[in-house]
Design a protein around this ligand. Sequence first.
Ligand SMILES: [Zn+2]
Length: 255
Amino acid sequence: MADFSSSASPAQGPLVSWSRWLGWFAPGPCPSCAAPGRAPLCAACRTGSGIIDGSLPAVAVLENDVRLLYLGFYWRPSASNARRREPTPLAQALHRFKFGGDRYAGHCLARLFAEALSNSAAAPGRAGAKRYDAVVPIPLSRAGLAARRFNQSAWLARPLARRARIPYRPGWLQRHGDSEAQHGLRAAARRTNMHHAFRAGLLPQRPGLVLLVDDVCTTGSTLAAAARVLCDGGAVAVGAAVLILAEANPMGDRR
Ligand SMILES: [Zn+2]
């Protein structure tokens, strides 16, 4: 796999990514395996990530009646050891973007996500027969945003909203500063951590039908907590779309 990390730091600004941004129009390489001309993700990496026909399958409804759509999976069985599992190419591309600051990978993932949602049976911009009224990314805490300098969920949500012609409303949901990052926490701790993580932002009187966007769904507790705040604020219903599903049954730990 090619190493993009040398051009990856967000502190280096957008200039280092010009060649890759040009590749965006060329098209550029696959952001995961670097196969030339295969942006936004090559066929082998799509297959290896469990992406089906470029559309987003629905999974079980989460807490608060949130219907979840996802593009691909986080884990796949290891080719060398059947008892181990390894991140899919999609997860590896997300890591480069999220933790390495690889903006080219971020653009590829955002494009892949927007195309998939508009190809999906649930899209463009539809929940059942109704149209979503707003796309809302899961916000980072102020400290999290200061550390990363970008919100990966917003990177996914904004192009999707533009493509589906749904208003993009990142200000509707805010995160309390003291909610920790979720990765590394066990399921029960995630739910506790998320319980008071969000508050309503500049919500209109009738928010309508809202589509939440996040990069990864593990237990579903983040999306459920965000949906609760939006429903308490008057949303008719909330749907969710994520790039990657980390567990086959996100609410399976509720038993
Ligand atoms: Zn690839």
